[in-house]
Design a protein around this ligand. Structure first.
Ligand code: GLU
Length: 507
């Protein structure tokens, strides 16, 4: 059987959208499942759309996601170079091959002439196409004499090489997801393949590289389906039909309400990231949020993305990357677009967060503390991580759920004060503080007994003490069990916090 070789071939025109990450992911899963190879090729032939930093961003994003390559622009490989601008010299001979066998031709129409034709068509509510119906009346090597063409080329006149779309033919693309897709050739235009500045266009470079890099399957977004008939045609024109890859065009990622393609603006508007990592636009300085910086775990992000377009055919939702590799198949990728659901993304993250062990949580929380220049002992960090880990949906929530362990309160919630802080509270807390001062065993169980005994012995209400004690410890009505907190904070810190609350809130 033919070796499975797939590629992710982004253009470095900006940050990688999560739809692009999903394309990379499906290629990766497919390659791994079939013990094939996966490569990263950068398609940067359109220099006008080049954005500095985009290539690095793509590589870093995929690395964060855990999507690994066997070959590529960043790691090399047997078919290097993997950046099309570095392969520039190679494409000319292929353009010449098509010119020589009559499936492509030189066109000398100036941009102004073409613009005038477009305007003219528009005024008649038509769309101008450089193609089978119009090319005979235009300035190209199909109508000019051989000498004229030669003279124009010699004079250094700007030219392009266009593909010659056949007349009156039904072109068929076999798609692994959509089945047979056909298009009438008269509806296609003679796309530019090569320009006199020495650069191929996307279509030529893409097909030539897929062929040279022995790509077996082209798995890419639906937006490329309209280009597929031309690509099929190019394989035929080159005589490479036997080596033509199979095609699979993935459905779109839709807005949460299902109305149209998920765009960058939706993320800004609805408050969720549409990019894997934060991106700062080099021109405008505009910042777009990323999943990594918002506190998602890459495993959760990948699990969520995998299910946007593919389904395992079972009820299972949680998949490790290894399980995804086992379960994935192109046949189970749907035809229709998948609605992006930001709440589901959070659900996955919460699920993965609560599955982390205490040590893993302590590393995440430790990073937050480092940023805040807070130093604590590893044991204390580990114990705090253990109690709060189920409460965090996103990584920054670890701080929201634990800051009071590291920073004593400097203000106390007015509502709790109004409700529970009575004139007798300071004396009651003072008494309890003295008992705690004489307690040696600070295990949760013992603290629980000590506090409850004090409440019972003095005929006090449970709520009366617990709520004010909690207020003194954390400054509000949140946090885990009071005894657990006292046990963790230890004697000194607990007594200090009670003192401080009494001093500040008084009677
Ligand atoms: N360079 C194209 C892109 O930016 C690749 C399309 C394809 O995979 O053929 O998505």
């Amino acid at each position: 059987m033919k070796e499975i070789r797939v590629r992710f071939a982004p253009s470095p025109t900006g940050p990688l959208h999560i739809g692009g990450v999903r394309t990379a992911l499906y290629n990766y899963l497919f390659a791994r499942k079939h013990h094939g190879k996966f490569l990263l090729r950068i398609e940067d032939t359109d220099q006008t759309r080049f954005v500095p930093g985009a290539e690095e961003y793509i590589i870093e994003s995929l690395k964060w996601c855990g999507i690994q390559f066997d070959e590529g622009v960043h790691i090399g490989g047997p078919y290097a170079p993997y950046r099309q601008s570095d392969r520039k010299e190679l494409y000319h001979q292929y353009a010449l091959q098509l010119l020589n066998n009559g499936t492509a031709y030189y066109a000398f129409d100036t941009p102004e002439e073409l613009e005038a034709l477009r305007k003219d068509s528009e005024s008649r509510k038509e769309t101008f196409q450089y193609g089978p119906l119009t090319r005979k009346g235009l300035k190209n090597s199909l109508v000019l004499s051989g000498e004229d063409v030669e003279a124009l080329l010699q004079s250094g006149e700007h030219y392009v090489i266009r593909v010659k779309i056949p007349e009156n033919e039904t072109i068929v693309v076999q798609d692994l997801i959509r089945g047979r897709v056909s298009v009438e050739s008269m509806l296609l235009d003679d796309k530019v393949l090569y320009k006199s500045d020495g650069m191929p266009t996307y279509h030529l470079a893409n097909v030539v590289d897929d062929y040279l890099m022995k790509i077996s399957h082209v798995i890419r977004g639906e937006e490329w389906l309209p280009s597929a008939p031309l690509h099929v045609l190019l394989y035929r024109y080159f005589g490479w039909e036997a080596d033509m890859p199979e095609f699979a065009h993935l459905p779109l990622l839709l807005k949460p309400d299902g109305n149209g393609k998920l765009s960058k603006r939706d993320g800004d508007r609805l408050g969720f990231p549409v990019f894997p990592l934060r991106w700062t636009d080099p021109k405008s300085g505009e910042v777009s949020s990323g999943y990594r910086e918002s506190g998602y775990l890459p495993e959760a992000f990948i699990n969520m993305l995998a299910l946007l377009g593919w389904n395992p055919g079972t009820e299972q939702e949680v998949f490790s990357i290894e399980e995804l590799i086992q379960a994935f198949s192109i046949e189970r990728v749907g035809k229709s677009g998948s609605k992006f659901d930001p709440e589901k993304a959070k659900w996955f993250n919460h699920h993965y967060m609560s599955g982390l062990d205490d040590r893993e949580v302590s590393i995440l929380l430790g990073n937050i503390l480092k940023e805040r220049e807070i130093e604590v002992s590893p044991d204390f960090l580990l114990s705090v991580s253990a109690i709060i880990k189920d409460r965090a949906v996103l990584i920054p929530d670890l701080w929201e759920q634990s800051h009071y362990f590291f920073v004593a309160p400097v203000s106390w919630d007015e509502k709790v004060i109004q409700k529970f802080w009575k004139p007798e509270t300071p004396a009651l807390l003072q008494k309890l503080s003295e008992i705690l001062a004489n307690t040696e065993d600070f295990t949760v169980e013992n603290i629980d007994t000590v506090v409850k005994t004090y409440i019972n012995d003095n005929g006090l209400g449970m709520g009366q003490i617990m709520n004010t004690l909690r207020l003194a410890l954390v400054g509000g009505s949140f946090g885990p069990g009071v005894s657990a907190m006292i046990s963790l904070l230890g004697k000194n810190e607990t007594l200090n916090r009670i003192d401080k609350a009494i001093a500040n809130l008084g009677s």
